[in-house]
Design a protein around this ligand. Structure first.
Ligand code: FES
Ligand code: FES
Length: 439
């Protein structure tokens, strides 16, 4: 036996301990395993083998390290460096930077005295309005670019960005342009009736050359890459995300068809561009204000073809009808993005329930006249929000326990069933329930 091994010194250069402790769902402290540590530890171990760094580096699972509120946590010896991590990207950076090159990963580092995770600072993009086209009925098409005209962060069809308006509001807008055109984001904006503030501010204040602050693109309405046929249904300004889908599907030569619904030609936003994207793969449905003359969803959705997916974006009424008429379609083939909240959302009865902020050991009551988001903010914990109507996904928070009443229109049925996340702006729980949030 080697002297080093016998003495216990230097057998491994580096020893990594990842907590994989598991507690019952809903425990007030949560646990590293509830926050995803088991799969990430396995990934770390597998990556270590792939990188051939596992000879001198030991990666072990371990029990609770008593820093549960900061989890998932790992500690790396011999220095005793602590990290918080959440994703495979975090693991990759720790392996590359700390383990392989001996450099600390500052953004994931936990200080000895640290009790709460540092707030996540979202990236903001500083853009300039490079073009505006005006259309009848208060519709405008905006192009936003970087000051130097350089490439913007990539986006996928169906994605949106949030714009931060001068009156303190934040509003989400679908990206309508071609994702292959990297130097600009294209938005279609229509004045809201009734107004919710954000769009009106943009329509009234933004001029060509103005600066505007935006979030990074994110996508709650992605295309399914495996679909054999894409049926797209859009109502009014809801056409914007499907325009981006059309650019992509046409370029890829995919089977797709858009059904575009509007009262009449003048109120069909961005019609000329829509026609140039879809060509013959477009059917216009102008109902002249009489829904009976509009799209025949019964006929359109009666018999889905093999591998067909349907996507709908527009007013809640249209989205609800498509979901209802396509209820018999195979699971996972119906996709929607509403532009307005569902009518019954405001009339749902609120009950008093409790919420535990597991990373802060705080227990709070949510009264009937306040949202979960408001109660958490009043406790001094900032959560980003945008629509506050359950439409955009901005206020999404991890849920570690309790039975929620999901009232949002962002999560899929499968996501609602798993309840791994909750939209704090609208979703609640029944009386007596305790929701455990991962914050
Ligand atoms: S559960 Fe991981 S530190 Fe306690
Ligand atoms: S803020 Fe948009 S879903 Fe909650």
């Amino acid at each position: 036996m080697k002297a080093t091994a016998a003495s216990g010194e230097g057998y491994f250069d580096i020893h990594v301990f990842c907590c994989v402790n598991e507690r019952a769902p809903g425990h007030h402290r949560g646990s590293c395993s509830a926050r995803g540590s088991v799969a990430l530890q396995e990934y770390m171990k597998a990556r270590g083998k792939e990188l051939k760094i596992n000879q001198r580096i030991r990666m072990n699972k371990c029990g609770c390290l008593d820093r549960c509120e900061l989890g998932p946590v790992m500690v790396i010896y011999p220095e005793g460096t602590w990290y918080h991590y959440r994703s495979r990207e975090d693991i990759d950076e720790i392996l590359d930077s700390h383990v392989t090159h001996g450099r600390l990963v500052e953004r994931l580092l936990l200080r000895t005295e640290q009790k709460v995770l540092d707030p996540k600072v979202s990236t903001r993009l500083e853009l300039k309005v490079s073009g505006i086209d005006e259309y009848p009925h208060d519709i405008r098409r905006y192009e936003l670019m970087r000051d130097d005209g350089g490439d913007l962060p990539e986006f996928e069809p169906g994605a949106h960005i949030d714009l931060f308006t001068g009156d303190g509001l934040r509003r989400s807008y679908s990206l309508a342009g071609d994702c292959a055109v990297r130097d600009r984001y294209v938005l279609g904006i229509r004045r809201e009736q009734p107004s919710r503030g954000g769009s009106d501010w943009l329509l009234d204040h933004l001029a060509v050359g103005d600066d505007v602050v935006a979030s990074l693109p994110s996508n709650n309405f992605p295309l399914n890459e495996t679909a054999a046929r894409h049926t797209l249904i859009a109502g009014g300004i809801g056409v914007t995300p499907v325009m981006a889908m059309g650019y992509q599907l046409s370029r890829q030569g995919m089977d797709c068809h858009l059904h575009f619904c509007a009262p009449d030609e003048a109120r069909a936003p961005l019609l000329e561009e829509v026609q140039s994207i879809f060509g013959d793969n477009l059917t216009l449905h102008f109902d002249n204000g009489d829904p009976a003359q509009g799209i025949d969803l019964d006929r359109l959705l009666e018999n889905p073809s093999e591998g067909e997916h349907v996507y709908v974006c527009g007013p809640a009424g249209l989205v609800g009808s498509v979901r209802e008429k396509a209820a018999h379609w195979p699971a996972g083939t119906v996709h929607w993005e509403p532009f307005t909240p569902e009518a019954d959302q405001a009339t749902q009865r609120n009950e008093v329930f409790e919420v535990v902020l597991s990373r802060r050991n705080l227990r709070l009551e949510v009264p009937t006249d306040k949202t979960l988001l408001e109660v958490v903010r009043e406790a001094g914990v900032e959560i980003e929000s945008s629509c506050e109507d359950g439409l955009c996904g901005c206020c999404r928070i991890g849920l570690l326990g309790g039975v929620p009443e999901h009232r949002d229109l962002v999560l899929t049925d499968a996501e609602k069933a798993s309840s791994a996340d909750i939209m704090t702006c609208v979703s609640r729980a029944k009386a007596g329930e305790v929701l455990v949030l991962d914050i």
